[in-house]
Design a protein around this ligand. Structure first.
Ligand SMILES: O=C(O)C[C@H](O)C(=O)O
Ligand code: SF4
Length: 513
């Protein structure tokens, strides 16, 4: 098995940097459905560029390279411990070369192991089979969409949909609700895997297993096939759209599996995966460990591929105002901004996410933040041989996690803009109004696109928090993001959620009897 580690490294690298054709086709279709000049069309254009850049640069599509999760089939007699050792070596190597972000954090001490290894990380499931080849499937599922997974215990009451009973119609309601509760926070448009039945653990496992199905397959079970088709149609009428900007595509794929349960329990478990759906697989020669085939490389047959770029997403949103700003930004410039404006930033910005926000509540900042821009981002960084840092990937992280801190931090330090994704809540909105600040929504997952806007790394503080959580001081050029919450009490996120809830309520009546 001398080739095993190299094969696994190739699999990890390809998974992180190159989306499979079925996922690309779903995104391409979504792009064709959006109207020219809309925010969703613009976001999908950025996403498509990002996918291309990641492949060309052989760099992570999204900076959050997620929880590496392997599903492996082995012929009888193959040593699983040899495979586990090779996976661990390949993971360390992929982290060292910037194909994976160091993502494994000790839950008690907060320490980042730095090499993506740790208790329970990576996740590896083995199963024996009677074929004489090894099959390795891998998903890199990021944290923002993982946080939007949801498990329902039937019967239950669902906002907008009323009672969900222990039958196919109750299941239908849970799945629709799961898409609504995710809004744009899991980097919609997303893919969902659904597990019906099992217990709390196996239900989620079944849901995640569905994510290994190709986006263009058909469920062999007629009821589940019907339900998948129904969900795809109705979830896309919720108008949540790409990144929760509103729009025609909210869901790119829905795959449902079912298993037995015990009489008292009836779970519907939903695994939500962002558009950056990094899934790949290989078969390996059990003697040499070399790759014999790739599992998700063929183009889907039923999706037509257009020759030229559709007019829809070609250029910037029509009628939007573009405002160029350089920090430190004045309160006046900020109060002039309205939801829908595109802000183009030049100059110095600072990253800060969970650890930094918690820290700043009762500590000083190492740099003056008056008039500054904070970027909710945990980048992939590499140090070169001269000790200089380079940015390998740098998209936004989900902002809502900072909701308990954000308004206070803005007030305490005089921050004028926060860049993130998915939007923030009522407390932050009030804080923006009170202190004169805005929330700027960047396109989640577009880590190559934003890394390209970073012209220099001017320093770093709190590296002891780990690479993703450190405070990186980044010089940017033409960094564009949309104002989705302004200093006048307006929030696009609040509006989209309200509309989506009204639309969800239209699906209250029974459909599957
Ligand atoms: O950790 C990150 O960089 C992002 C995360 O996947 C998120 O979606 O919030
Ligand atoms: S930032 Fe968005 S695209 Fe990246 S892993 Fe998180 S949810 Fe997925």
């Amino acid at each position: 098995m001398q080739e095993l580690k190299n094969s696994l490294l190739e699999l990890i690298t390809d998974t992180s940097t190159n989306l499979p054709p079925d996922v690309r086709a779903a995104i391409r279709e979504a792009k064709e459905k959006e109207n020219a000049g809309t925010r969703s069309a613009l976001a999908l254009s950025t996403i498509s560029n990002n996918i291309r850049m990641a492949e060309e640069n052989v760099s992570p599509i999204c900076q959050d390279t997620g929880m590496p999760t392997f599903h492996i089939h082995v012929p009888v007699g193959v040593n699983q411990m040899t495979i586990t050792r090779a996976i661990r070596e390949a993971i360390v190597e992929a982290t060292r070369t910037g194909k994976l972000r160091p993502n494994s954090v000790d839950s008690l001490t907060g320490e980042n192991s730095g090499d993506n290894l740790g208790e329970g990380v990576p996740v590896i499931h083995y199963e024996q089979w009677e074929r004489d080849e090894i099959e390795v499937r891998l998903i890199l599922k990021g944290g923002g969409c993982e946080n939007k997974n949801i498990q329902y215990s039937l019967p239950c009451e669902l906002e907008g949909l009323g009672r969900a009973g222990r039958d196919l119609d109750g299941i239908r309601k849970c799945i629709l609700h799961s898409v609504h509760q995710a809004q744009g926070q899991g980097c919609s448009a997303g893919f969902i895997g659904v597990g019906i039945g099992g217990d709390r653990t196996t239900g989620y496992e079944l849901a995640k297993k569905q994510l290994f199905r190709r986006a263009d397959d058909t469920n062999p079970h007629p009821d589940l096939a019907r339900l998948e088709t129904y969900i795809m149609e109705k979830a896309n009428e919720l108008s949540i759209g790409t990144m929760g900007f509103g729009g025609n595509t909210t869901l790119l794929g829905c795959k449902i599996g079912s298993m037995h349960r015990i009489p008292a329990s009836f779970y519907v478990s939903v695994a939500y995966n962002c558009w950056a759906f990094r899934r790949q697989g290989v078969t390996l020669d059990p003697k040499t460990g070399s790759i014999t085939s790739w599992l998700y490389k063929e183009e889907p047959s039923q999706v037509k591929v257009r020759e030229r770029e559709p007019a829809a997403a070609a250029e910037g949103a029509s009628g939007t105002r573009e405002v160029v700003l350089t920090p430190p930004i004045s309160e006046e410039a900020i109060r002039d901004l309205k939801v829908g404006d595109v802000v183009v930033l030049n100059g110095l910005i600072h990253t800060g996410r969970d650890a930094l926000h918690k820290h700043l509540i009762d500590h000083d900042s190492p740099v003056d933040l008056q008039g500054s821009v904070i970027y909710h981002c945990g980048p992939v960084m590499l140090k070169d041989e001269n000790g200089n840092w380079t940015v390998k990937a740098a998209g936004p992280t989900t902002s809502i996690r900072e909701e308990p801190y954000q308004a206070d931090i803005i007030g305490k330090f005089g921050i004028r803009a926060v860049i993130g994704k998915g939007g923030m809540g009522a407390r932050t909105l009030a804080g923006l109004q009170e202190h004169g600040a805005v929330y700027l929504n960047a396109i989640g997952g577009a880590a190559q696109y934003y890394a390209d806007c970073i012209t220099g790394v001017e320093g770093v503080d709190f590296l002891e928090f780990g690479v993703p959580e450190a405070m990186w001081h980044l010089r940017v050029k033409n960094f564009a993001a949309i104002v989705t919450m302004d200093a006048h009490g307006n929030s696009l996120h609040r509006d989209v959620e309200k509309t989506a809830l009204e639309k969800l309520a239209q699906f209250k009546e029974p459909v599957f009897r």
